[in-house]
Design a protein around this ligand. Structure first.
Ligand code: UD1
Length: 456
């Protein structure tokens, strides 16, 4: 079997590599948009579902997988562990029977934080894992002590030294033991790690203060289709009765609620009517409420949402774990607020350093005062094109959104981040009337903005 990959010469967590830093988007703003945009499968689901495939020896088929560089990164990780993969369009076939390596290479883990998801399945299936600590990234420190705490409670012996996590399940049968875990914070990744590890443990595990995100629910749904016995996913207490074996299954990834939210904001910021589908409205409740509060009318049909914008006024948001307003849409929403009538306040509560887009939006003429993790925004009549950079995935998306309404040309750098989480964003936006061109130019002849460079 083989897998075809996108060019994956990206540094997905941080540095803009020299090769990719030459890539940028040139977006000419001011066009009204109209029509339908199709939402891809959820990146954050697909990544963990791929890792969860390691829990069985049987063939898995995961459908509606987005074509993203992060997905390629996870594919490379699985291949490095001895797994075979085949991709056809948005479907990935995974044959995990060849799984034999338990050590993940540093460079792949560094490129993709989500590769740490493999620790739970490796421990559950092979009783051993060696994974470099993923480390922090631009938006915050992002520790993994909650993942480690949960795995230790399940009986794993874990040693962290020189940045390498070495984990082993003691005993002859190398079986994790069901237990009661109370998370200090409802970490999505820690909930998913413990959930996966506990499926093959002896006895019952409960996760208290679990993350309730739709991606956790999607993972539990797939694991149950594989034969796991999980109840309560989507609530704050999840119960997992360990089983002896998991089986192969077919699973379709949920639509990406963050991509859908980004396109809804694209409609609002350009004051255009757009239909976004497929979406699961409950996954977007907090976002739809805020869009409605700021003057948009929202209509649901069979599997989509029509957004009809009014005159957008400023509203306050505060990011929270699900079902609160998602941190991953904070930067895109700030771009919208930069163009709203009146004032708004945006408070980031999930990550300590997720405000780098403020400086870039200011370069485009936005009026934003930043104090710690709270931004006070006074909507302006007009944004103007500038050279800007998205320092992480979602701030890159915010720059693209702002560019849609900015006067003149905006050059958006940091596209390596964008390609991690948005499948063909410029094609999707161009299909409804935007004017965005992907360019590759030498750094010598372009002004290449520095992340966080302050607006004059
Ligand atoms: C996932 C999503 C990411 C999203 C985030 C929050 C994936 C691949 N990524 O990331 O897009 O922004 O949820 O919705 O699914 N924390 C600790 N200790 C830990 C674990 C987390 O303090 O052991 C903190 C983090 O530093 C962060 C917060 O908890 O401040 C949320 O992190 P977490 O929910 O774990 O996010 P991820 O799973 O990394």
């Amino acid at each position: 079997m083989s897998i075809f990959l996108l060019s994956s010469n990206v540094d997905s967590v941080g540095e803009v590599s020299k090769q990719n830093s030459a890539l940028h988007l040139e977006s000419r703003g001011g066009y009204s948009l109209s029509g339908d945009i199709k939402v891809s499968g959820a990146k954050n689901s697909a990544l963990v579902l791929m890792a969860a495939s390691l829990l069985t020896e049987e063939e898995m088929l995961i459908k509606n997988v987005p074509n993203l560089t992060d997905i390629n990164g996870m594919a490379e990780i699985l291949i490095s562990l001895g797994v075979q993969l085949k991709r056809s369009s948005s479907e990935i076939y995974i044959s995990p029977q060849g799984l034999h390596h338990v050590e993940l290479p540093y460079d792949l883990v560094h490129r993709l934080r989500a590769s740490f998801f493999c620790i739970g399945p490796l421990l559950a299936r092979l009783g051993k894992a060696k994974i470099p600590l993923p480390g922090g990234c631009r938006i915050g420190a992002r520790p993994v002590e909650e993942h480690i705490k949960g795995l230790k409670a399940l009986g794993a012996q874990i040693n962290i030294s020189n940045g390498l996590v070495t984990a082993e399940v003691p005993g002859l049968n190398k079986k994790l033991q069901g237990t009661n875990v109370i998370l200090d914070c409802p970490s999505v990744g820690a909930t998913e790690t413990i959930l996966m590890a506990a499926t093959l443990a002896e006895g019952t595990t409960t996760i208290n203060n679990a993350a309730q995100e739709p991606e956790v629910q999607d993972l539990a749904k797939m694991l149950n289709s594989m034969g796991a016995l999980i109840e309560g996913a989507g609530q704050s207490t999840i119960t997992i009765k360990g089983v002896k074996k998991l089986y192969g299954c077919n699973h379709t990834v949920i639509p990406d609620r963050i991509e859908a939210g980004t396109f809804l904001i694209a409609a609002a910021i350009t004051r255009s009517n757009l239909r976004i589908s497929p979406v699961i409205p409950e996954h977007l409740k907090a976002v739809l409420e805020k869009l409605s509060d700021c003057g948009c009318s929202i209509k649901f049909d069979q599997d989509g949402i029509n957004l009809i914008p009014g005159s957008i006024k400023g509203v306050d948001i505060s990011t929270e774990p699900f079902p609160g307003f998602p941190t991953d849409l904070q930067a895109p929403f700030m771009a919208l607020m930069a163009t709203a009538q009146g004032k708004s306040k945006i408070k980031e509560n999930v990550y300590e350093n997720r405000m780098q887009h403020v400086y870039e939006l200011k370069k485009m003429g936005a009026s934003i005062h930043l104090e710690g993790s709270t931004a006070e925004i006074e909507g302006v009549h007009e944004l103007k094109g500038a050279a800007v950079i998205g320092g992480d995935l979602r701030s890159s998306a915010a720059m693209v959104l702002a560019s849609l309404v900015a006067k003149g040309m905006t050059k958006v750098w940091g596209i390596n981040h964008l390609d991690r989480g948005y499948e063909s964003i410029e094609h999707k936006l161009n299909s409804v009337g935007a004017d965005i061109v992907r360019k590759e130019k030498s750094l010598e002849v372009e002004h290449f903005p520095i992340v966080g460079e302050r607006a004059a």
